[in-house]
Design a protein around this ligand. Structure first.
Ligand SMILES: [Ca+2]
Length: 360
């Protein structure tokens, strides 16, 4: 190369040298960029790498669909992590049960001493026959309703309902690729321990669902018209009549609807998913005043739900097959609800995540 330069005239040599220098500079920069960027080359079966970045968590002030606990919106930074492509399926959960012999919350009789701590003092103990192992299942109402605050109109305690029998009297033999449901937070943690994974924080979950779409309301953008093609929800008059326009009245198999821009399926509708955060309605306000806490936020120190002051609840995200535009539009990215760690429901599952250093 040096010989080549020596044979050219001075000006030409300088230009060539500049060009080559620039070329090498680009190459060096490229190598530096590659070496400094997060390594994403390791493929983890069933998971996708979510590259780290910053995003605004929560809903815009002028978002009229959002509930107060989705505001104020605040800037958050998330480090990269691996996330399950879809919620944990019946098949995966069965593998866990076979290896560990774990018995889920819904398969154990209810411990009244534990339950009464979550209820107003003086609440009468239910009859022992009610405290048998079971879970909450959804039941359509016989007529349209007007009081949407009374969940007991469509949630029923079903003895014998659990992940193996989601309706109490049916089984999941042919439903390996359906999301597992009737999973309590405690059950999800036990699975994570077995799988060497963990639950996502609320911020990680929302960041992954948003997938760099800025202020989009839904994972696919802002159009509600395409809902039927994007998520399994309740279309019709909740909880009385389901038009099944999206093809499913109840649960859908995982990957029945498109993935978001990070390649994640089921981030809207079908099943709610546990996060590791305590549900505290004041947490977003605290984050606004503590920007240091906005780097990988882990959630509030304790739960606080003014509508359920005796219980500590965890944040759940994503909405379910029961979400409806007139009642619970929780297939929106910023939407959330809460549940106590020992609760299991027919529309509640989970997915796991893993930091890079958790992967062998
Ligand atoms: Ca549906």
């Amino acid at each position: 190369m040096m010989l080549f330069y020596q044979r050219g005239n001075g000006r030409k040599k300088l230009e060539i040298f500049k060009n080559i220098s620039l070329k090498y500079l680009h190459l060096i920069l490229l190598i530096l960029l590659i070496s400094c960027s997060e390594k994403t080359d390791k493929e983890i079966e069933g998971m996708v790498w979510i590259p780290g970045g910053s995003f605004y968590q929560g809903a815009l002030d002028n978002d009229t669909l959002a509930l107060l606990h989705e505001k104020p919106r605040h800037l958050v930074h998330i480090d990269g992590f691996y996330m399950d492509i879809s919620p944990v399926t019946n098949k995966k959960f069965r593998d866990f049960i076979k290896e560990t012999g774990y018995i889920t919350t819904a398969e154990r009789d209810v411990n009244w001493e534990d339950l009464k701590k979550q209820l107003p003092p003086g609440t009468d103990k239910p009859h022992d026959s009610i405290l048998k192992a079971g879970s909450l299942i959804f039941t359509k109402t016989k007529n349209p309703i007007t009081n949407f605050r009374d969940f007991s109109q469509w949630w029923k305690w079903k003895i014998g309902a659990n992940w193996k029998k989601p309706r109490g009297d049916n089984d999941i033999a042919a439903k390996d690729n359906y999301p597992v449901v009737h999973i309590s937070y405690e059950d999800a943690l036990a699975y994570c321990k077995w799988a060497d994974k963990r639950l996502p924080t609320e911020a990680e979950w929302e960041y992954a669902a948003r997938a760099n779409r800025g202020d989009a309301i839904y994972y696919w953008g802002n159009s509600h018209d395409s809902l039927r093609y994007k998520a399994n929800t309740w279309e019709g008059q909740f909880p009385f009549e389901n038009s099944k326009i999206d093809g499913y009245e109840n649960l859908a198999p995982v990957k029945s609807f498109p993935a978001n821009d990070f390649g994640l399926y089921g981030m809207a509708g079908n099943v709610w998913e546990w996060t590791s955060d305590w549900y505290n309605v004041n947490y977003y306000k605290e984050l606004l005043e503590d920007t240091a806490a906005c780097h990988n936020p882990k959630g509030a120190e304790y739960g606080f739900n003014p509508n359920n002051i005796y219980a500590q609840e965890k944040v759940i995200k994503g909405g379910s097959f029961l979400c409806n535009i007139e009642y619970c539009i929780s297939y929106r990215i910023s939407a959330k609800m809460s549940s106590t760690p020992d609760t299991s429901l027919e529309h509640l599952g989970f997915r796991t995540v893993a930091a890079k250093n958790m992967i062998n």
